[in-house]
Design a binder for this molecule. Sequence first.
Ligand SMILES: Cc1cc2nc3c(=O)[nH]c(=O)nc-3n(C[C@H](O)[C@H](O)[C@H](O)COP(=O)(O)O)c2cc1C
Length: 242
Amino acid sequence: MNIIVINAAPRMETGNTQVILLPFVDGLRSTGAQVDLVFLNRLKIERCCGCFTCYAKTPGKCVHTDDIPELMERIRVSEALVLATPVYIDGMTALAKTFIDRLVTFMDPHFIEVDGEVRHPLRWEFPNKIFLVSVCGFPGVENFDPLLLYMKRMAKNFHATFAGTLLRPATFSVLMGRKYPDQVQAVLDAVRAAGVEFACDGGVSRSTIEAAAADICSMRELVDTANAYWDRELQKSKKSHL
Ligand SMILES: Cc1cc2nc3c(=O)[nH]c(=O)nc-3n(C[C@H](O)[C@H](O)[C@H](O)COP(=O)(O)O)c2cc1C
């Protein structure tokens, strides 16, 4: 199975998105899946300007000259697309959305009816599975609700199956490995298992999803630890401005 994994976090290797993505990709690869891991922030990606040139004037060709055509070639040969994005103000990163908007070049301008809704047909092959990996700072999987709804609708736009999610809230607590080594390890093990399941079964079981999102510490401890961290950072910056 060819899987393209798109990391849409601006912090790339240094962020929590990648902390979660690494064991997931390790799980995918352990099954023999071919994984093409892309860091969007390393690419030149212009914003869609909505000119529709790619619809009719130069069908399938955008006015921008950047890294998107080459990335689209890599998407076309993939059977699954995994989008990994942190939650930024209840949605995906601007980087992720800029990338997705540019995929409009995949669409033929005609309208067709699909399951009682209207869509565009696609010009080229698109991965038939879309999967979401996401992390967020606050505890509670409800923080992913708007993003989840978006991904389900987006999959319909690309005539793909929304193949599920791997969600890790309270990312701060994943960094508490020294205090909670067993809990953190259990989360990372579940994330890796999610990679194996997705590659083998095309989806991830509820028990694995829940284990990956499990609380590592209480909400009270998370709040106190986060506040103590930010107080220290604020103190440091006060001192450096003296
Ligand atoms: C601009 C911005 C907006 C954010 N908005 C939310 C939010 O609405 N809800 C939330 O739970 N976390 C939010 N966060 C926290 C991030 O999801 C969290 O820090 C995540 O680990 C960032 O991913 P990264 O570590 O890969 O950079 C936000 C972070 C940033 C920088």
